[in-house]
Write a protein that binds this ligand. Sequence first.
Ligand code: B12
Ligand SMILES: Nc1nc2c(ncn2[C@@H]2O[C@H](COP(=O)(O)OP(=O)(O)OP(=O)(O)O)[C@@H](O)[C@H]2O)c(=O)[nH]1
Ligand SMILES: [Mg+2]
Length: 407
Amino acid sequence: MSVASPPRLRPAPLRVLTAVPLCDGHDSAIVTINLELARHGAEVIYLGYHQAASAIARAAVQEDVHAVGLSSYNGGHRVFFREVRAQLRARGAADIPIFGGGGGTITAADARVMQRSGVDRIFFAGTPLAEMTRAITGDYARELRPDAKLRGDRALARAITLAESRSGLRPDPRKTARQRTRSASFVVGVAGPGGAGKSTLIDELAARFLRARRSRRLAILANDPSHPETRGAILGDRVSALYAQDERVFFRSLATRGSLTGLSAAAPAAIEILRRRGGFDLIFVESVGVGQESDPFRVFRQGEKLVDAVLFVLPPHYGGRIQLQKIALLDGADLVVLNKCDDPRASAAKAELGARLAANGRNQLLHTTIAAQHRDPGTDALCAAIGRLAGLESAGGEKPCHLCIGA
Ligand code: B12
Ligand SMILES: Nc1nc2c(ncn2[C@@H]2O[C@H](COP(=O)(O)OP(=O)(O)OP(=O)(O)O)[C@@H](O)[C@H]2O)c(=O)[nH]1
Ligand SMILES: [Mg+2]
């Protein structure tokens, strides 16, 4: 009897998490380095500046990165880098290397101390960008394999990484949409043009969920585009996640890696993994910025809808009535949001969009939000609507959120 050989995995691009430490706003060096790494084919998840060691370690684990890169200028680097190392170790991720820089503020003597405490490498002032990029892309890329010893979020993250590596392989034809796992998780697909405010809105919804359900978890799967030429990506949705930087949130960024659907080809498998293994009440899946004909969640493909509900977000500057008519997802979305209602064009847009939805005859309710404004009543109402769809309001034992329930 012949033994089937295991499927060949695609070589994964280098995935790096970058950040600037707490009490430090010097981000121009890291922003340049992020771009240069992406230009050389890396997937860069940028967490932002003023980041705590615990947030950096949590993100590194959930994103299953090959390495963490830190840029530190305001001092305290010896202690801070050591703390990130300790936090990674505490999360079962001692194998993730840390490198970084900070111009002249990190001396050679500091670097020796830092290397003794487990920092892999410091890049000093004057190092050419090309040399840094060569060293990072050359030294840190490696195949991330299945590992039965991984636990918790680390195991979940690795399962998604493996799904990404396998996503070029042919799907199992026996696994139809109908056979998908039944789970308690309610999955909301969030689509809309680039910059409409999808990530900001998800973060505000996450804040309300975390307040209302004090012991429960939610997941966010954020898709961002890979560059068609370099194949690198700046996975920037995580940087908008202020509230979603919480132990009760599992946040994973996916690069599209050539998929033109608006989602990574691994997104369906990743949704399944989260449904099956995560124990999440709610799962948000953010598409890349979509166009007029896009259908990332397969709402128009009979029996193949990837999510339980689709939320479509539009800003007031979409063009005019003709553009609205062309957006297919306005016919298929369960919830439609006009965001950025602080924009002077919002009242005209609300009237046009309302008329467009009325013509659908599907009782689609139009929500108006200012996601960038905390405690926005429109976002409260949207949160309540999602809660109703997901059946979360009636779940016993949890305190309802005074902001969103009953709005
Ligand atoms: C630009 C700058 C600013 C800009 C920051 C703009 C921004 N958005 O980043 C502004 C003007 C806003 C600013 C503000 C402040 N700054 Co300032 N700033 C600088 C400056 C001039 C350059 C830093 C820089 O970006 N260099 C460009 C990078 C690309 O080059 P590099 O530093 O040589 O880094 C190399 C490597 O280390 C590597 N690298 C760096 N990071 C990383 C990360 C990774 C992952 C990798 C692989 C490599 C790498 O890349 C380079 C390769 O050649 C430095 C002085 C200096 N000459 O270094 C002061 C400096 C860092 N600032 C300083 C201070 C004190 C401040 C302020 C507190 C001033 C004040 N009192 O308000 C504020 C704090 C702001 C804040 N919120 O944190 C001090 C810090 C002193 C210290 N640590 O003891 C410095 C050293 C100036 C000084 N001599 O006093 N600053
Ligand atoms: N004025 C205003 N700005 C907003 C609002 N919501 C979001 N923004 C801003 O719009 C920009 C884009 O927001 P994101 O949430 O990143 O948009 P996105 O749709 O996720 O973007 P992509 O993922 O790149 O497609 C950010 O600078 C936000 O702060 C809003 O209601 N009003
Ligand atoms: Mg986004």
